[in-house]
Design a binder for this molecule. Sequence first.
Ligand SMILES: [Zn+2]
Length: 581
Amino acid sequence: MANLIPRDFIDRLVSDSDIVSVLSSYLDLQKKGNNYVCRCPFHEEKTGSFTVSPQKSIYHCFGCGKGGNVLTFIQDYEGLNFVEAVEKLAEINNVTVPRESGSNADNYSNIYQLNQVLADNYLSALKDKKNKPVVDYLKERGVTGDTAKKFLIGYADFDQRELKKKLIDQFSEATLLKSGNFLKNEKGIYPFFRNRLMFPIKNSTGKIIGFGGRTIDDSMPKYLNSKDSKFFNKSRELYGFHSAKQDHKFDFFIVTEGYMDVVMLSQHGIENSVASLGTAFSISHLQKLFKLKRKIVFCFDSDEAGLKAAWRSLQFSLSQVFDDKTVRFLFLPEGEDPDSFVKENGQEAFLKKIERSMVIETFVYQFLKRGRNLNSPEDIRLIIFDFKKIIATTKSETLKETLLQKFTKELKIKKELLLTQDAPQKKILKPLTRKKEKIDFDNQFCLIIYLYENFSQIIKNSTKSFEDFLLNTENDKLSDLRETIKSISNGDQAHKELSIYAKAMMIDIHLSDEEALNEFNRATDNIRLEFDKSFLEYLKELANTRELTAERKENLQKLLNLSDNISVQEEELIKFLNTYA
Ligand SMILES: [Zn+2]
């Protein structure tokens, strides 16, 4: 579908967009020099590494390495695909997306339009006196008029002849049928949803792509959803996602089992919940949510079916949970769901429940020991057998380790027992934090190399002391950086082959001279703090000549306070630094 939008339109759209004003509607940008900075929305951090350059129309995060233009930002931030992001950006800029060959795209927009007309009609049907029982039903469930309007909850009547007449004027029969809202027999077309409470379902960009219909009497099935089609895929779409992704109050999503849960939570100020569309929650759903937030809380019924659904979600979460991503499990008291719970107990009580929801380790343990006797060696063996299957599909080394800790403690057995045979990951239980450190490391290296190549004159006063250390240390961890810097300083070309050099040259951000120097000192100081034994001496010299920056003063104080034996001179220096401005 991407080729339907002319390439030059996309290019123009991107270059015409003001990156600062677009990103400002998502982030709290602060002006700094020629750039804007804020805390990165893509990784956890305390200080702002996320930098936006209006001159270059790009952004880059020095913490996690994410970067790109206004379009990639919308894609990543809103979890949209390329075409959806183009449409969103066009909408922000108030322009229409042209299509080269209209057939497919036009049909979809017709369908979205038709669905919108239907949703509006269903909603206004609630005003019809003869539908008072439906309104009474909604009132009884506690849904306010505002909420009904917000979610466009409405009613599809038994008799839709009037509505059909209106639609036939506006839309072709093919569109009516293709939308999935109408079927055809020898007498003509007739509505798929009749006598049902209607919940319009939106895609990521807010277009109505289908409906969920709930009976308000005893007829079956209780829930009916639009059939799957090219524009309505139940294993990818989620009810409530379009509004939940706009919530920035909570750092997690809540996955519930029903539309009414999403609606009622929203009515109580909790706007970050979604529900699957009558099918089981899928791995694509999980990936869709993880693109935007690092934490997901599954809230399922505490009956057998709810437990099984939770277990299923856990199983495919194991391959997706790594770094700081996490899932939790909340089981409300028997017979309660989020809808009834929040109605009776309010927002605060529900959020408290969320806070106390089960972490993965606890849920796995609780689930596996269900119906088993911990005094029976046989049952213990069965638990271990099941546990090994879990460990084998767990991707995160850290999670593996914490699961192992939980089970060795609870079952009072040796860790090795949990790792034999069918758990081949035995030897590689290094904690993930080390891997993350490596990424931070690489980013620092890249930044330093980038500055060497682009700001050599500006940073030249700082490079000497850094090179004195770097080129004389034999530390393995610094070998990539050392080789590249050595080669750049010697004017060799060999470094251009190195992957770390290539990565460094991907950095494309505008820095003022002052910023470049600050970034260089910050990045190299971080490395020296860790690896350079003579760094303390270097900082002392700077203190003596009163050339310490505020950041370096802090580093010096840190080093002095951490050292085991403080000499009299150093004691003097500590005192001196307390008054150093
Ligand atoms: Zn970042």
